[in-house]
Ligand binder design. Structure first.
Ligand code: KE4
Length: 425
C-alpha cells in the first residue's frame, strides 16, 4: 500500500475530505492525492518516494521554483528577528513601495493574508467608496471563497460541480450580477440598465480558474471604460497573473489599467500573503483613514514580506518572462503535435508560464465553452502523466504553471510525456 494512501485515510479522520483545500482531493481526476514530503526546484518528492515534475507550483507562487535559496535566505534572516510583531515593520514599507513601483494601477496598497481576503476587501472598499451595492463578476472566474463571489465560480467549486456554493444567502447572491466573460453586449446592456447601482466589476483579466481563457474584442478595456463612465470601480483580480504573466501582471502586459488590483501567491514567496491596491482616492477610504473597515492580525507579517520581497526583486533583476514563455510554447507545441498525430481535437491556451488543456473542438472563450470540454480525456492524460512523473493541475478547470527551474530536462521530459499521454488516449 502506498504511504500516501495511508496518510490520506488518516487525514480524512480529522480533516474534512482529508484536505485543507478541496481541489487537492483529486476528486475530478480520480484516485487519491499523493502527499508531498519535500519540494525542490521543478520537483515534488512524494511520501511514496516518487519524484514529480510539478506544473502546479503550489497554485502559482513558486514561479522561481521550490525551495528557492534566495527566498529561503531572506526568510531565515527575517526569522532571526522574530516571527510576528503586530506593529508596523520596515519590510511592509519595502513591499508596498515595490508593489506600487511594479503594478501600474497601484498608488497605495494594503497587505492581507490571502487572495480571498484581497478580493473580499477590494469589493467592500469599492462598495464603500461608491455607496453602491451591486457587483458584476463573470461566470467561471474564481476570486477565492468570498460569499458574494462564490456565484458561478471556477476553480475548486467548478471542479466539484457546484459553482454556486451552499451557505450563500440569496440576499448576498442577489447583489452579484453574473455575466459571460467576453460578452461585450451584455456588459454594455447591464451598465445601460443599472449603471448607477454598480459598485464594481471584478474580473480575472485572463480567467485561469476554468482552464485558461483570453479576452477578445478589447473586452478588458471595455470593462475599465464602462466603469469610468458610470462611476464604478474596475478591479483586476491578478492574484494568479500578477508577477506571473509579466512583472506588472496582465495590466502591464496589455497596457490596460484598472482602478484597483487584487494580488497574492507570488508576492508571498510561498508564504501566506494577499494584497489589494489602487488609486489613492479609493484606497484612502480604508480605515484608519476612511470609513471602510479592513484588518488582519498577520497582515504584513515580516517573514512573508521578506519572502515576497526576495521573490519580486529576483523577478525584477532576472526578468525571466521571455524564457518562461519559450518553455510554455515548447510544451504547447508538443501537445498540439501529438494531438494532430492522434487526430484528437484539443485547445492549448498558453501565455508565458501558464497553459491549460481543453479537449474541445473549438476555441474556449467563456465558461459555457469550457464546461463543454471532454473531462474524461483530461482525466486520462492526468493519470498517464502522473504515472510517468509529470504532475499537471488535478482538474480540467485549472491552469498549469511553469517555473524558472523547469528549463532543460524538466520541460523536455514533460513535453515528451504529455505528448505520449495524448497519443495514448
Ligand atoms: P487564495 O485565497 O486561495 O489565496 O486566493 C484566492 C484566489 C483569488 N483569485 C484568483 C484569480 C485565484 O486563482 C485564487 C486562488 N486560486 C486557486 C487555484 N485556482 C487556489 C487553489 C486552491 O483553492 O486550493
Amino acid at each position: 500500500m502506498e504511504i500516501s494512501n495511508d496518510l490520506f485515510e488518516q487525514a480524512k479522520k480529522t480533516i474534512p475530505g482529508g484536505v485543507n483545500s478541496p481541489v487537492r482531493a483529486f476528486r475530478s481526476v480520480g484516485g487519491s492525492p499523493f502527499f508531498t514530503k519535500r519540494a525542490d526546484g521543478a520537483y515534488l518528492y512524494t511520501s511514496d518516494d516518487q519524484r514529480l515534475i510539478d506544473y502546479v507550483c503550489t497554485w502559482g507562487p513558486a514561479i522561481l521554483g521550490h525551495n528557492q535559496p534566495v527566498i529561503k535566505e531572506a526568510i531565515s534572516r527575517a526569522l532571526e528577528q522574530g516571527t510576528s510583531f503586530g506593529t508596523p515593520n520596515p519590510y511592509e514599507v519595502e513591499m508596498a513601495e515595490l508593489i506600487c513601483e511594479l503594478v501600474p494601477s497601484v498608488e497605495k496598497v494594503r497587505m492581507c493574508n490571502s487572495g480571498t481576503e484581497a478580493t473580499m476587501s477590494s469589493i467592500r472598499l469599492a462598495r464603500g467608496y461608491t455607496g453602491r451595492d451591486k457587483i458584476i463578476k463573470f461566470a467561471g472566474c474564481y476570486h477565492g471563497h468570498v460569499d458574494s463571489l462564490l456565484v458561478k465560480a471556477g476553480s475548486g467549486a467548478l471542479t466539484l460541480g457546484n459553482p454556486d456554493s451552499a451557505g450563500i444567502p440569496d440576499s448576498f447572491a442577489r447583489e452579484t450580477i453574473v455575466l459571460n466573460y467576453n460578452d461585450s453586449e451584455s456588459l454594455k446592456q447591464t451598465f445601460a440598465n443599472q449603471g448607477d447601482q454598480i459598485a464594481a466589476v471584478i474580473l480575472e483579466p485572463y480567467p485561469a480558474n476554468c482552464g485558461l481563457i483570453f479576452p477578445k474584442n478589447n473586452f478588458l478595456q471595455l470593462a475599465v471604460d464602462l466603469c469610468k463612465e458610470n462611476g464604478s470601480v474596475s478591479i483586476f483580480d491578478e492574484v494568479m497573473t500578477g508577477f506571473r504573466v509579466s512583472l506588472g501582471g496582465v495590466q502591464e502586459h496589455v497596457n490596460i489599467i484598472p482602478d484597483m488590483t487584487a494580488l497574492g501567491k507570488i508576492i508571498g514567496g510561498g508564504l501566506p500573503v494577499g494584497a489589494f491596491g489602487g488609486r489613492k482616492e479609493i484606497m484612502d477610504h480604508l480605515a484608519p483613514l476612511g470609513p471602510v473597515y479592513q484588518a488582519g492580525t498577520l497582515s504584513g507579517n515580516p517573514l512573508a514580506m521578506a519572502a515576497g520581497i526576495a521573490a519580486l526583486k529576483m523577478l525584477q533583476s532576472t526578468n525571466p518572462y521571455k524564457d518562461l514563455n519559450c518553455m510554455g510554447r515548447k510544451i504547447k507545441n508538443s501537445i498540439l503535435q501529438a494531438a494532430a498525430e492522434k487526430g484528437v481535437a484539443l485547445q492549448v491556451p498558453q501565455v508565458g508560464s501558464m497553459f491549460a488543456i481543453f479537449f474541445n473542438e473549438n476555441p474556449v472563450e467563456n465558461f459555457d465553452h469550457a464546461i463543454r470540454s471532454d473531462v474524461d480525456s483530461f482525466k486520462k492524460v492526468f493519470q498517464y502523466s502522473i504515472k510517468n512523473g509529470v504532475y499537471i493541475a488535478p482538474s480540467a478547470f485549472e491552469t498549469c504553471f511553469i517555473s524558472t527551474c523547469h528549463a532543460g530536462d524538466p520541460v523536455d521530459i514533460s513535453s515528451q510525456v504529455l505528448g505520449d499521454a495524448i497519443k495514448n488516449l
